[in-house]
Design a protein around this ligand. Structure first.
Ligand code: SF4
Ligand code: SF4
Length: 358
């Protein structure tokens, strides 16, 4: 086939972001010299060419209706330069090159009830998933947890009160998104899945389901004359990994699916090595619509971190310095034998380092 006859490949990834960028960002791409933080929620970037751009960061509730989106974008048209960007933490960022536009922009944003903040040593917006909108396995409404918590942490979002930045995450299941932050609020299943044997043969690819289990607790079985699966409940760690490929293995439960809080995760290696999170509170009620128990524990941890950490210590640095016994003492969280990870299978089956393996 002649080259001229070949069709263009279909690009199904995300579109090229450059076309949506503010012209000053396109022009100065790769040439930014430094940035400053003039006030909470505002960044000033200065380029080697002498150009300056101001970013105003605004918290949103992530699940946005059309009217709110129109409101947010019309603020961009009227008070900023007409360009916005949504961040991974559900903030919307406005850009202006003229410093004189910054304060009128903030006033317009706040007049409509939105909050400016989330930069430097504040509590950034909680990054989260919204499983019940797009995913098939959620055990809670992560977005609702986030909204309830951020309503109570709004002052920490708007001000620079923390020793260093605090990144929090939530998840709506136990296995996939949302475990990367100084504090993570995750679903925790506490009972093995319940199998609807009548449905397994029609819905599930049994070898795929068997392969999904990290502890080899699932076996093929014939139940009531039909191909099905069985779970060795002594081995099962209630992770829920079998539920996505096989919905008849229902693990979500209004009573036994709880929330758990993990702390001390750190992706960066700027000041200390990257670190995994550690479980500090488990069995917290999954209690919509405001999840007061989980919010109370997060606030308690943040208060002690704020009072006890030195400037620039992230939560993991603070705990490394004071030690885990002291952490449980100051936060008043009970330390039980269940906090000790004694599952030896992890040595063989989990990737326990940041090194790439082949
Ligand atoms: S946390 Fe789990 S349920 Fe929620 S979106 Fe991610 S994979 Fe889906
Ligand atoms: S919940 Fe996890 S450990 Fe239990 S059977 Fe399913 S995949 Fe295996």
């Amino acid at each position: 086939m002649a080259m001229a006859d070949m069709r263009e490949p279909i690009e199904s990834g995300c579109p090229d972001g450059f076309q949506y960028m503010h012209p000053a960002m396109r022009k100065n791409f790769g040439m930014w010299s430094y940035h400053e933080d003039p006030q909470p929620g505002v960044l000033k970037h200065v380029s080697k060419t002498g150009d300056t751009i101001y970013t105003v960061k605004v918290g949103t509730q992530r699940i946005l209706d059309l009217f709110t989106l129109r409101k947010l974008t019309s603020i961009a048209d009227e008070f900023a330069d007409g360009y916005v960007r949504f961040t991974i933490r559900s903030n919307i960022e406005y850009y202006v090159t003229d410093e004189a536009k910054v304060q009128p922009l903030i006033a317009a944003i706040e007049k409509e009830g939105f909050v400016v903040g989330g930069t430097r040593n504040s509590v950034a917006m909680i990054s989260h998933t919204q499983g019940w909108l797009h995913c098939d396995i959620p055990g809670t409404d992560a977005s609702g947890v986030v909204k309830s918590m951020m309503d109570e942490l709004i002052d920490e979002f708007k001000q620079w009160n923390m020793p260093n930045r605090v990144h929090m995450t939530t998840s709506c299941c136990q296995i996939n998104c949302g475990g990367q932050g100084d504090i993570a609020i995750n679903i925790q299943h506490t009972k093995p899945p319940k199998i609807s044997h009548d449905l397994v043969a029609n819905v599930c690819e049994r070898p795929t389901v068997v392969a999904r289990c990290p502890v080899a607790a699932i076996r093929p079985a014939i139940v009531n004359g039909k191909p099905s699966l069985e779970v060795d409940e002594k081995k099962c760690i209630c992770c829920g990994a079998c539920f996505p490929p096989c919905p008849p293995m229902q693990i979500n439960d209004p009573e036994h699916s709880k929330l758990a809080i993990w702390v001390g995760g750190n992706h960066s290696n700027a000041r200390s090595k990257p670190s995994f999170q550690k479980l500090v509170a488990a069995g917290i009620p999954n209690n919509p619509p405001r999840w007061p128990e989980a919010t109370g524990i997060v606030k308690r941890i943040l208060k002690e971190y704020k009072d006890g950490a030195k400037d620039w210590e992230r939560i993991n640095d603070w705990i490394d310095r004071i030690g885990w016994p002291r952490f449980f003492e100051v936060t008043g969280l009970p330390f039980t034998k269940y906090h000790i990870d004694n599952w030896r299978g992890a040595r063989n089956s989990l990737n326990a380092s940041t090194h790439i393996r082949f």
